[in-house]
Ligand binder design. Structure first.
Ligand SMILES: Cc1cc2nc3c(=O)[nH]c(=O)nc-3n(C[C@H](O)[C@H](O)[C@H](O)COP(=O)(O)OP(=O)(O)OC[C@H]3O[C@@H](n4cnc5c(N)ncnc54)[C@H](O)[C@@H]3O)c2cc1C
Ligand code: FES
Length: 280
């Protein structure tokens, strides 16, 4: 799958209308966007857009929709600060600005005929979702497909119904865990890297795609190492604050790289040294 680049001036936002808002959690919502022109939005799983709430500001948000449905652009957003809270206040029919798609993609072409292991923490399920949907739609291209997802508590699940749907398929392994729960919860209580310790793996034929808080990814990498998965088979999605989104301003510098154009998806062995430096 090639990485689409914007056709027009990457600094000029296109308009997109909010056609549906799904409330995932009190502070997390999913936008379904339609281009007023009717033109589609091509992207590669793993890429992000710069979304502009007029009057509030612009932020990078991963695309969480289905790459096989380019007529609709989907983003899942947690309201954490000024811009994302303003976004939470927008409704169906409102218009926002979109620049993108930008950045690198999950290595789905390289992973053909391999086992695909998705490891998600919390909202990290959203940037992985397009890759999971692609793998499920093109199931014969891959060997095993394994999805491991961890949430803070049962109340923090996102895409719950979809996870259940994937889990009911005979050709996918889906394991979900929570960090903490009361005694009424019947599922697994553990941090998500603990699921890696349990799952059946063929390390030499596994491509692992990780997305979530950096601390969770650190422990997940450690567990993958323990299971014998080589670093060049591990891919992580990094987040840094951004301004231009296209490699001009240096705002998202991560060592010698810019997350907006060299990332957000990195092959782990290429950033390993940086990954363990705190506060970089
Ligand atoms: C490539 C990329 C993809 C992203 N994808 C998504 C996505 O799919 N969904 C989503 O909700 N967010 C995503 N983010 C994070 C999102 O861009 C930030 O949450 C947003 O920029 C915050 O802007 P704000 O003005 O609302 O909050 P700010 O006022 O900028 O920040 C409010 C608080 O949130 C913290 N914060 C800001 N950015 C982050 C971050 N990246 N991670 C953790 N804490 C942060 C700040 O430290 C501060 O405490 C992504 C970021 C990047 C770089
Ligand atoms: S955001 Fe400007 S260089 Fe990456």
């Amino acid at each position: 799958m090639t990485t689409p680049i914007p056709l027009f001036d990457p600094m000029v936002p296109a308009f997109a209308r909010i056609s549906r808002v799904d409330r995932e959690l009190p502070d997390v919502f999913t936008w379904h966007l339609a281009a007023p022109s009717g033109a589609g939005f091509s992207f590669a799983p793993g890429q992000f857009n710069m979304l502009y709430a007029f009057g509030a500001g612009e932020v990078p948000i991963s695309i969480s929709g289905d790459p096989n449905r380019p007529e609709e652009l989907v983003h899942t957003i947690r309201a954490v600060g000024a811009v994302t809270r303003a976004m939470q206040g927008l409704r169906k029919g409102d218009t926002i600005g979109v620049r993108g798609p930008f950045g690198s993609a999950w290595p789905l072409a390289e992973a053909r005929d391999q086992d695909l292991l998705f490891v998600a923490g919390g909202l990290g399920v959203a940037p992985l979702r397009p890759a999971i949907l692609h793998a499920l739609a093109a199931r014969s291209l891959y060997r095993r497909v394994i999805v491991l997802a961890g949430f803070r508590s049962p109340a923090d699940f996102i895409f719950r119904k979809e996870l259940e749907r994937w889990r009911s398929r005979f050709d996918v392994t889906v394991e979900v865990t929570v960090d903490r729960a009361d005694t009424s919860f019947r599922g697994t209580v553990a941090v998500v890297p603990a699921l890696i310790a349990e799952v059946e793996l063929d390390p030499a034929a596994t491509v692992a795609l990780l997305c979530g808080p950096e601390v969770m990814m650190r422990f997940a990498v450690r567990e993958l190492e323990r299971r014998g998965v080589p670093h060049e088979r591990i891919h992580v999605s990094m987040e840094r604050s951004m301004k231009c989104g296209v490699g001009f301003c240096g705002h998202c510098q991560y060592g010698p790289t810019f997350v907006c154009k060299d990332g957000p998806v990195y092959r782990f062995d290429r950033i390993e040294r940086l990954f363990y430096v705190r506060e970089i």
